[in-house]
Design a protein. Structure first.
Length: 241
């Protein structure tokens, strides 16, 4: 009986060690596989997003330098937009050269870490143009007497992501072998939700305006590195065999 118990313990320890090693190996492989050879930031930034968006007027805000450093992004733009009806939307945008670092700073992690409780999570569709629709995440949070709606999405090339698990084989495969990668672009919006349905309609309408600006053909072309791909193909074709 003693040998049986020790055997079980040994098996458990062996399995635990295997799991730890496998997890460590996957994490190391993920970090290596998702480490871009070079990231090409677009020529535009979110500073160029108009401060007048329809009925909305925005003003830039600045994060604490320590928070900016902790986020680890190459470019950060924060604004507050207000309309004539008294609505207020805070906007946070960031461009990351390290996609793993970028998706770590998702609202699902950051809001929980700041004492917010997740009450609801859905996927919504934003129709930007006749031939382009993107999904976004809409989450409802509550803390003490406050309730907030948060809309966010990440774009990495042609892919729209929402968290670490979305950096899967499909994304890695599409980027594998490229000499340059696009940045991971994050957009996050927040509105206070006194009236839930009104707040939802308001923030989704605003999100559509931001996403449409971000994905205008000339800007989207840079996010997809379309011109860069063409140049790479031409360069490879011109090299002697």
């Amino acid at each position: 009986m003693v040998y049986f118990t020790m055997g079980n313990t040994a098996i458990r320890l062996y399995l635990l060690s295997a799991i730890i090693l496998a997890t460590y190996g996957v994490a190391k492989w993920e970090k290596y596989a998702l480490q871009p050879p070079e990231v090409q930031l677009p020529s535009w930034t979110f500073h160029e997003l108009p401060t007048q968006l329809g009925d909305w007027r925005g003003e830039d805000t600045e994060l604490d330098p320590e928070i900016t450093k902790a986020v680890g992004a190459e470019r950060i733009v924060d604004r507050i937009y207000r309309d004539g009806l008294g609505h207020e939307i805070s906007m946070h945008t960031a461009m990351f050269t390290d996609p793993v670092e970028g998706v770590y700073h998702s609202p699902l992690n950051c809001y929980r870490a700041n004492g917010w409780e997740l009450r609801d999570k859905t996927r919504e569709e934003l129709r930007l143009f006749d031939d382009l629709t993107i999904p976004v995440s809409l989450t409802t949070w509550k803390r003490e007497g406050d309730r907030a709606l948060v809309v966010y999405w990440y774009q990495l090339g042609e892919h729209v992501l929402f968290g670490r698990l979305d950096l899967g084989l499909k994304v890695r495969w599409s980027l594998a072998g490229r000499p340059k990668w696009p940045p991971l672009v994050k957009v996050m919006l927040q509105i206070q939700a006194t009236e839930l349905e009104e707040a939802k309609a308001t923030i989704l309408s605003f999100a559509e305006q931001v996403a449409r600006w971000e994905n205008q053909p000339e800007r989207r072309k840079e996010l997809l590195l379309i011109g860069d791909h063409a140049e790479n193909r031409n360069s490879e074709a011109s090299q002697p065999q």
